[in-house]
Design a protein around this ligand. Structure first.
Ligand code: ADP
Length: 255
């Protein structure tokens, strides 16, 4: 049975096609239209697979833009899809930390991989990928370069909690000739502290997995692991966990 899962995030739209041996994946910026992003992902996955739409048994969409996408059989919440996807990849995990473009989530799973509790920050950009994107552009870097560029031994603490003030703070730290690598380490610590505070409030049960686009950043991985005092498991294709869960749930739509 061939299914597609779509995770239309605030920053990135992800798609997974299951049923042809290894999963096929597609990624593109969500841009201004979640509907167009969803359509483009379906077209891209069909082209990769050499299939036509009638050959897909079911499509499930998740993510903030899920309701906008046409031609899907069902929409499912992000929490359920992330839980389902992660439980399939790393069944031993009891806590998932997902940091995406505009929200961060902590999801707790039981031994059967069912979601038993969760917490979410979607009110404030601090502690999300958006915060790091704003800071990367202030540093004239791409967000994908931050992880390699940090210097944890020279960590410069960032005191501002708010994204707007933190941006001014790093501009003034650069003017004081503080090292860029140290500032980046401070930014990673700031994100890690915010997310760890939310996770600790909910209660962290090990093993812990880290997912979402921000999990691609080795500096945030190091800082979050230190704040939680726990090793973090990184699933394959960590940005695609929600889309994978959606594709797995699509099998159940068909029955
Ligand atoms: P959403 O589902 O909310 O759109 P994602 O889980 O796709 O979010 O994560 C998007 C975030 O991941 C971006 O805001 C960015 O901070 C981060 N990111 C994306 N690609 C990379 C990369 N190659 N290296 C480091 N961080 C990345």
């Amino acid at each position: 049975m061939i299914t597609i899962g779509l995770d239309i995030g605030s920053v990135a739209a992800k798609g997974v096609l299951l049923g042809l041996g290894s999963p096929l994946t597609a990624l593109r910026p969500t841009g201004w239209s979640p509907r167009e992003a969803g359509k483009a992902l379906i077209d891209e996955l069909l082209a990769q697979a050499g299939l036509d739409r009638p050959e897909i048994a079911a499509i499930v969409a998740t993510g903030y833009g899920r309701v906008a996408v046409e031609d899907v059989d069902k929409t499912v919440t992000e929490i359920t899809c992330h839980g389902r996807g992660l439980a399939a990849l790393l069944p031993e995990v009891r806590t998932i930390i997902d940091i995406g473009g505009q929200d961060s989530k902590v999801i707790k799973l039981n031994e059967r991989g069912k979601v038993i509790d969760f917490a979410m920050n979607d009110k404030c950009a601090a502690g999300t990928g958006r915060f790091l994107q704003v800071m990367a552009s202030a540093l004239e870097m791409d967000v994908s370069e931050l992880g390699e560029a940090e210097l944890p031994d020279e960590l410069v603490p960032i005191n501002s909690m708010c994204t707007v003030f933190a941006e001014s703070e790093i501009i003034s730290l650069l003017a004081q000739n503080k090292s860029t690598g140290g500032i980046i380490a401070g930014l990673h610590q700031s994100v890690a502290r915010r997310v760890a505070a939310m996770a600790n409030k909910l209660g962290v049960t090990k093993p812990v997995a880290f997912t979402g686009g921000v999990a691609l950043n080795a500096g945030v991985r190091r800082a979050l692991s230190a704040e939680l005092n726990a090793p973090l498991l990184l699933p394959d294709n960590c940005q695609f966990t929600g889309a994978l869960g959606a594709a797995l749930l699509a099998r159940e739509v068909v029955g």
